[in-house]
Design a protein around this ligand. Structure first.
Ligand code: FRU
Length: 482
């Protein structure tokens, strides 16, 4: 087994990968394109790598989808099924796939101009196998905004037009179009809302039903780098309204899809079955993404997660994210155990399969710590700290010294809104990553780790003065996908 290679998360066969791009479901396949540099394990002239999957878990690598050209590198963007052939790109009335992306012109950048990012489109009439760039590119020129990128396009049913959400430095812009080629600016959002510790990137605008009701809200995802709660890159969201022209919200607090250091640039699938909102993020952070200790490839995607919108106890609306159902098909069933850990004591569980596993249990305690460890004595510790935050401490987790912040940040997530009843704790471990989901995705943390050996030991520590009750504890191996 290649050291650190995820066994059930998507990673490129070789070389550099960053953001997921062009996520679209079409004729039974989930397409995943991604920022890819085929000549090196560090960032460079961007292409769109490509993979397909029937179930979002088992992926088949495909030839590169889009190559840089005279207009520039191919930066992040989205793809849609143009059902009514509004673009006219479809042959004999068949629906084409249309990709909408940012051109990044390295020459213009070097010359110090501010107009080097423009928006372009390409289409495919063979179900995503090959792509033709539109000869009218760029479809949106740049009149002087330095960071002007990452178009996410959707069909807006209510007004019968395409809507593009773009980021422009410190805010989002909305454009509309009837044919995907001509675009009109209709609104802007965000200069004075949300977190602004860095540049806004990779937006996504989705309409969601509040779980268990008919109420509908619009959710705007915005990645930001730097400026995330635990430093570097992260993804915030806003819940509000979209009237076909612009987005508005009453939301006061800063909300994050994931509080861990390693979930960035995530957006959702277009055209997915049942209109499910399926999210995938890049499981890294620009702080250290280019120096992580893998050899032939760099980085992986998060597990695909279904987003849902719920009413919180303290917050008005919360977006939950939780692994898609099909992931369950790769989790080998195991026996459910009940466990009682006496006050201030620990329980040690040995299990050789922990390196690629799913651990889940029910509890109502917020006073426990967990530790995953290996034969070399390396440990990653996570759980509730004395202030009631959930935290991940990877300072002793193995290789950490490739970058100064990697091992020193104690990642924290304020947990303010959990129910009093027992809630689920789910942890997914895949060689070099850990994903923690509290209460079915209400609170989520994702982090990379680089232990020098696979984990084989789980310690459950009861930090409280009362017995810790753990129910339905399952430690399950997860099947590999390659
Ligand atoms: C986000 C990002 C995008 C950009 C791409 C370049 O990680 O910076 O804004 O399009 O990566 O690779």
């Amino acid at each position: 087994m290649e050291k650190y290679r995820p066994q059930f998360h998507f990673s490129p066969e070789n070389m550099w990968m960053n953001d997921p791009n062009g996520m679209v479901y079409h004729k039974g396949d989930y397409h995943l394109f991604y920022q890819y540099y085929p000549d090196s394990t560090v960032w460079g002239p961007m292409h769109w790598g490509h993979a397909i999957s029937k179930d979002l878990i088992k992926w088949e690598h495909q030839p590169i989808g889009l190559y840089p050209d005279d207009l520039g590198y191919i930066f992040s963007g989205s793809a849609v099924v143009d059902k009514d052939n509004t673009s006219g790109f479809g042959k004999k009335g068949e629906a084409p796939l249309v990709a909408i992306f940012t051109y990044h012109d390295p020459v213009g950048e070097k010359e110090g101009r501010n107009t080097f990012q423009t928006q372009g489109i390409a289409y495919s009439t063979d179900d995503g196998k090959s792509w033709v760039k539109y000869d009218g590119n760029p479809v949106i020129p740049n009149d002087g905004i330095r960071d002007f990128r990452d178009p996410k396009v959707m069909w807006h049913e209510e007004t019968g037009q395409w809507i593009m959400t773009l980021v422009a430095g410190d805010h989002a812009q909305f454009f509309s179009s009837s044919n995907l080629k001509e675009w009109t600016l209709t609104g802007t959002f965000g200069k004075d809302k949300g977190a602004h510790g860095g540049v806004w990137e990779c937006p996504d605008l989705v309409k969601m039903k509040v779980d268990g009701s008919e109420e509908e809200k619009w959710v705007l995802l915005i990645s930001i780098n730097p400026g995330a709660p635990n430093q570097g890159s992260g993804t915030q969201y806003f819940v509000g309204e979209f009237d076909g022209k612009t987005f508005t919200t009453e939301q006061k607090e800063h909300l994050w899809v994931d509080w861990g250091t390693d979930n960035y640039a995530g957006v959702t699938y277009s055209n997915s079955p049942n209109d499910d909102k399926i999210f995938i993020g890049w499981m890294s952070n620009w702080m250290y993404a280019q120096v992580t200790p893998t050899k032939t490839w760099r980085s992986a995607m998060t597990l695909p997660r279904k987003l849902s919108l719920r009413k919180g106890i303290k917050n008005d609306y919360l977006v939950y994210n939780y692994p898609v159902k099909s992931f369950g098909n790769y989790v080998e069933n195991s026996e459910k155990l009940a466990l009682e850990v006496a006050a201030k004591r620990s329980e040690i569980i040995k299990n050789k399969k922990l390196g690629q596993s799913e651990i889940s249990f029910m509890t109502n305690s917020t006073e426990f710590l967990l530790e995953l460890g290996n034969k070399k004595g390396e440990v990653v510790e996570f759980g509730f700290d004395a202030d009631g935050n959930f935290m991940i401490d990877r300072s002793k987790s193995g290789k950490v010294d490739f970058q100064e912040n990697f091992g020193t940040i104690i990642q924290k997530m304020p947990v303010v809104d959990l129910p009093e009843d027992p809630f689920e704790v789910k942890i997914v471990v895949d060689w070099s990553s850990i994903e923690v989901f509290l209460n079915k995705g209400q609170y989520v943390m994702t982090a990379q780790i680089f232990p020098n050996d696979l984990y084989n030991r789980l310690v459950i520590k009861n930090e409280s003065n009362e017995t810790l009750e753990i129910n339905d504890l399952e430690i399950s191996a997860v099947e590999r996908i390659w």
